[in-house]
Design a protein around this ligand. Structure first.
Ligand code: GLU
Length: 263
């Protein structure tokens, strides 16, 4: 069986990126630096937030209707450099170099393009750079779309033989019930395998106010990772030290698959 590398794929959602801003990104990249330096873990970072950043910046809010596809694609083209600006500042402050890779689902499905992508990512990691990935929304259409970055990140984790997939979100993890409607709902610390009842619990169609993914798409991503022996963690992104806590073996958020320390 293929050996798992000390390689993590970490995904940050639009809500986190936009509301956390430069300070949160700095805290994340400081942790990425420490993961490599102190734990020998290399990180592939997946980020959303392009569309939401551009919509915020230019105040684009069409009244009484959804955004059209060309509008979303144009917003993504506007917002992607805004998001990368923030990442590069944060990475450089942590003494790291960042690289941008934009991709569509077709880039993974196609064998030759997939191999090129893999080689590019491996080379960047070998140089100690942090690849920052996003879907190439400006040109993605239905047939070549991941749909959300949860799905993109699990596919990248599988392709790159990652040890763990970490999904940073604006809640603490998976709950017995939606914590927004029942604040007393209990957090589920460990899911061995994602069952259909876990998917029902995650609630299809749920989403944050800004990104496309909700808990449902996260559980689908966790299931795909789990089927490929990759442990997934759903953790709160704005809790400053969560990535380091995971590397130190602490139980944070919800773990899907792998051995759980608390059991
Ligand atoms: N790729 C989109 C963006 O950067 C977001 C997709 C998602 O929320 O999963 O704006």
């Amino acid at each position: 069986m293929a050996k798992r590398l000390r390689r993590w794929v970490v995904k940050a959602g639009s809500q986190m990126v936009c509301s956390g801003g430069p300070l949160l990104l700095r805290a994340w990249m400081q942790q990425v630096a420490s993961l490599r330096r102190d734990h020998g873990i290399e990180v592939i970072w997946v980020t959303s937030g392009a569309i939401a950043s551009a919509a915020d910046r230019i105040g684009f809010k069409p009244a009484g209707r959804k955004r059209t596809l060309p509008e979303k694609q144009a917003l993504s083209a506007l917002g992607q450099p805004m998001v990368m600006d923030l990442y590069l500042l944060a990475l450089n402050a942590a003494g790291l170099q960042g690289a941008q890779v934009l991709l569509t689902a077709g880039d993974i499905r196609d064998v030759a393009r997939g191999r090129n992508l893999q080689n590019t990512l491996k080379q960047l990691l070998a140089w100690g750079c942090v690849p920052v990935l996003n879907e190439n929304d400006a040109i993605s259409t239905d047939e070549i779309q991941f749909g959300d970055n949860d799905s993109l990140s699990s596919k990248i984790a599988v392709m790159m033989k990652a040890e763990r997939l970490v999904l940073l979100t604006d809640v603490d993890g998976l709950y017995e019930e939606d914590p927004r409607s029942n604040p007393r709902a209990a957090l589920i610390p460990y899911v061995k395998e994602v069952s259909s009842s876990d998917l029902v619990r995650a609630g299809k169609g749920s989403s944050s106010s800004r990104g496309t993914g909700g808990m449902y798409s996260k559980m689908l991503a966790a299931r795909e990772a789990n089927e490929n022996r990759i442990t997934t963690h759903l953790v709160r992104g704005d809790f400053p030290q969560n990535l380091l806590l995971l590397a130190q073996g602490a139980n944070v958020g919800t773990q899907v698959g792998g051995k759980h320390k608390g059991l």
